[in-house]
Write a protein that binds this ligand. Structure first.
Ligand code: ACM
Length: 521
């Protein structure tokens, strides 16, 4: 092995893997190094002596050596990604180097991310994606220096993780007998489902970690819980039956915010925390129907105990109770912005702001915030107004919209801007039944968001698009079925069947709606 490696075992493993992927190692050499490098200790990774931020690195390529300096494995992963980017697109294929080996230009790259939270959210509840898709997605995210994968593991349409304590979660709540696409959809009569075993989740977590990515598991409560209630009806409104929903849009049921339900969920979260290596767990908190809470005697009794007069206080109390449990395990709670509005936050809770700018700004006055606004980070929306786009929730949210997204808007005061940890894009999968469409919706918009989160902003869109053209060749090499910049391939279009686009996007109306609900107290 012609590489000399300092640092931790983890760093060594990273380097060995990288070198085996661009194999064969001995054929890689710097551009002006005509010697056979087999005998040379030419590759070093060292812990940075200087203070480098998480994810930051120094990559130095000289005639006879490559040096990487970073403070941790995330920085090493990013440096190796940069080194690979400096090779031809061919280096992203699995076939190894051309005759004569790889050649890489000499130079030095000193690189620091502006934002520490560079994420993607994948909804595996509306449509399930098997483990192999998630592992591949992790590779694609790592290739763009994303460092968080938020897995939306539970919703009205399915529960996606094994529970040994409460096995009806995976045996009952993980599948539905049929799916209806869209409000006017008819049941397709085809069972849909699946879940990750705890061993799968442990594997996903370890795989992500070794690629610089932290998994953020989400169990969305107390709303969006039809699947949970189908398995354990006693957690919800007494006397009301619920099935795993076959409609793929929102509007499901809620569970009770009382103590026995908190205990049940703690047991579930404990199982997840035993296998996922993460300092963050997302508890949802969004779009909760609290109407039946006002007339439920058990809820009324707990409210009286705490002196609460409004069920929204119970919503906040419920999230804080679970957050306290997580804190006992050294884990920070993450909530959607409704959780912030009802007081369902502890001091260190991260508020994931999905609605308008107003609530994000309000939350940033007191809490760390991850920006995930519907516009422009809901990548399940269309990418253009071309009639060929496939049916979706609406849109368009274009590449240019994403490129112009300011995670910490200039008009915010400095103290609020400083609370913005970063941002993430979301793929809600009501209309995303498979990996091919996941690729189509994710890329190339994810490339633009990756650039915004790493560099802070994209100031020159044409210049970015020029670089993107080069990058698309890497995506081709990786086998990513992205959306071409001038519109979908014929086989990516909606056609004339159920996937036909239902009409012009209404993005301006959607933006107004999301901003108005964001002002709700
Ligand atoms: C959300 O879109 N309800 C987070």
């Amino acid at each position: 092995m012609a590489a000399s490696v300092a640092g931790s075992d983890e760093t060594q493993r990273l380097l060995q893997r990288f070198l085996s992927e661009v194999k064969p190692l001995d054929e890689m050499r710097t551009a002006s190094d005509p010697r056979n490098t087999t005998e040379t200790k030419w590759f070093t990774v060292t812990d940075a002596e200087e203070e480098l931020a998480a994810g930051a690195y120094v990559l130095e390529i000289a005639e006879d050596r490559v040096d990487i300096r970073a403070s941790g494995s995330e920085g090493v992963v990013n440096a190796l990604t940069t080194l690979r980017q400096l090779l031809p697109p061919q280096a992203w294929r699995r076939g190894g180097p051309p005759a004569g080996g790889w050649s890489v230009p000499c130079g030095i790259v000193v690189d620091t991310p502006v934002y520490g939270w560079r994420g993607a959210m994948l909804d595996v509840a509306r449509h399930f994606f098997p483990k192999r898709t998630v592992l591949r997605y992790i590779d694609l995210l790592a290739a763009h220096r994303f460092n968080r994968l938020h897995l939306h593991l539970a919703d009205d349409q399915g529960w996606r993780v094994e529970s040994r304590r409460h096995p009806r979660l995976h045996s009952i709540a993980s599948w539905r007998p049929s799916t209806r696409l869209g409000p006017d959809g008819v049941p397709d009569g085809t069972p849909h489902g699946g879940y990750y075993t705890l061993d799968d989740l442990a594997e996903i977590s370890a795989y992500a970690r070794s690629r610089g990515i932290t998994i953020v598991p989400e169990i969305d409560v107390p709303g969006h819980t039809s699947a949970l209630r189908a398995a354990y009806p006693e957690l919800g409104e007494p006397g009301r039956e619920h099935a795993v929903q076959d409609t793929v849009w929102a509007g499901g049921s809620s569970i009770s915010p009382t103590r026995p339900v908190v205990s049940f969920l703690q047991e579930v979260l404990e199982e997840i925390l035993d296998v996922v290596d993460t300092p963050y767990v997302h508890l949802g908190g969004d779009e909760c129907d609290m109407s039946w809470w006002t007339s439920d005697p058990a809820i009324a009794a707990e409210m009286a105990e705490h002196g609460y007069t409004d069920v929204k206080q119970m919503h906040g109390h419920f999230l804080r109770s679970l957050g306290g449990f997580l804190a006992g395990r050294g884990v920070r709670m993450v909530v959607w912005d409704e959780g912030f509005v009802t007081g369902g936050v502890l001091d260190d809770t991260i508020v994931m702001a999905w609605r308008g700018h107003e609530v994000a700004g309000r939350a940033a006055a007191s809490h760390d915030v991850v920006r995930a606004p519907l516009f422009p980070t809901y990548f399940n929306f269309d990418q253009s107004d071309l009639p060929g786009e496939r049916r979706s929730e609406g849109g368009p949210i274009t590449l240019g919209d994403v490129a112009a997204f300011p995670p910490a808007p200039d008009e915010w005061p400095a103290d609020r801007r400083a609370r913005v940890l970063g941002g993430q894009f979301q793929i809600w999968t009501e209309w995303v039944p498979n990996e091919r469409h996941l690729d189509y919706l994710s890329f190339p918009r994810a490339c633009a968001l990756a650039e915004v989160l790493w560099a802070g902003k994209i100031t020159d869109l044409p210049e970015f698009e020029e670089r993107l053209a080069t990058h698309l060749a890497r995506l081709d090499a990786l086998g990513v079925e992205y959306r071409p910049l001038d519109g979908p391939h014929p086989w990516q279009a909606g056609g004339t069947g159920v996937w036909r686009r239902s009409g012009e996007g209404q993005i301006e109306e959607t933006k107004k709606w999301v901003e108005s609900v964001s002002r709700e107290a």
